[in-house]
Design a binder for this molecule. Structure first.
Ligand SMILES: N[C@@H](CCC(=O)N[C@@H](CS)C(=O)NCC(=O)O)C(=O)O
Length: 220
C-alpha cells in the first residue's frame, strides 16, 4: 500500500521548515498543505492537533505527529535508517537533543522579541538572540556541522532561524555576520544542501512578512 504523508505547514514558520528539511533529507515524498494560519485554520489542522492547534503537523497514513522536534525524530526513525539525523551513540544523541532544546528556549524567544517587540523588549530580544547564536557558534567550533562531518538533527533544528537573519539585522541595526562569522559560514554551508535551500524562504520575503506582522501587532 502506498504511504500517505501530509505536512500541515505555514511557509514562514521555522518549525515547519524543520519538518520540510527532515523529509527532504530522507527523500520522502509529501503533500505540503499550506495553512491560512492567521485567519482561518483548516478543520484538518484542528482535528489533527486539537491540543495546540499549531503547525507543523505530520500526518502519516492518517496518524498525526505534532511538535517540530518530535516530528524530526519521528521522520528519522521512520525513513532511511542508513542516513540517520540523530547520532547512534546515546550520549551524543542526548547532547544533540539538549542543544536543540536550547535553540527553542533561547534562540527562538530572543529572535521573536527582536522582530516583534519594540523599545527595551526588542533590545533585550536582540541581545538574547545574538548571545544564543554565539553560544551555538562555540558548540559548533571548527566542525563542518554540529555533529561533525554529517548534517544532522541539531543542524535541522537551528538552520531555519537563518531565514530570520536579514529581518533581525534590518530591524535592529546589527550585523550577525560580524558577531558570529563562523556560524554564518555554517549556515551558508547548510544552504548548499538541496533539502535546506528548498525549505527556507527568501530572507527578504520573511522580512516583508515580519514587517507586516509587526505593524499589525503595533496597531492593536
Ligand atoms: N513548539 C511547536 C511550536 C509550533 C508553533 O508555534 N507554530 C506556530 C507557527 S510558527 C503556529 O502554528 N501558530 C498558530 C497559533 O499559535 O495559533 C513546535 O516546535 O512545533
Amino acid at each position: 500500500m502506498a504511504e500517505e504523508v501530509i505536512l500541515l505547514d505555514f511557509w514562514p514558520s521555522p518549525f515547519g521548515m524543520r519538518a520540510r528539511i527532515a523529509l527532504r533529507e530522507k527523500g520522502v515524498h509529501f503533500d505540503l498543505r499550506e495553512e491560512e494560519l492567521l485567519s482561518n485554520k483548516s478543520p484538518l489542522l484542528l482535528q489533527m492537533n486539537p491540543i495546540h492547534k499549531k503547525i507543523p503537523v505530520l500526518i502519516h497514513n492518517g496518524k498525526p505527529v505534532c511538535e517540530s522536534q518530535i516530528i524530526v525524530q519521528y521522520i528519522d526513525e521512520t525513513w532511511d535508517p542508513e542516513s540517520p539525523l540523530l547520532p547512534s551513540n546515546p550520549y551524543e544523541r542526548a547532547r544533540a537533543r539538549f542543544w536543540a532544546d536550547y535553540v527553542d528556549k533561547k534562540i527562538l524567544p530572543g529572535g521573536r522579541a527582536a522582530w516583534r517587540s519594540t523599545g527595551e523588549d526588542q533590545e533585550a530580544g536582540k541581545k538574547e538572540f545574538i548571545e544564543g547564536l554565539k553560544v551555538m557558534e562555540g558548540e559548533l567550533g571548527d566542525k563542518a556541522y554540529f555533529g561533525g562531518q554529517r548534517f544532522g538533527f541539531l543542524d535541522v533544528s537551528l538552520i531555519p532561524f537563518y531565514s530570520w537573519f536579514y529581518a533581525v539585522e534590518t530591524l535592529n541595526s546589527c550585523s550577525i555576520g560580524e558577531e558570529c562569522p563562523k556560524l554564518v559560514g555554517w549556515a551558508k554551508r547548510c544552504m548548499q544542501r538541496e533539502s535546506v535551500a528548498k525549505s527556507l524562504p527568501n530572507q527578504h520575503k520573511v522580512y516583508d512578512f515580519m514587517s507586516e506582522f509587526r505593524k499589525k501587532l503595533q496597531a492593536q
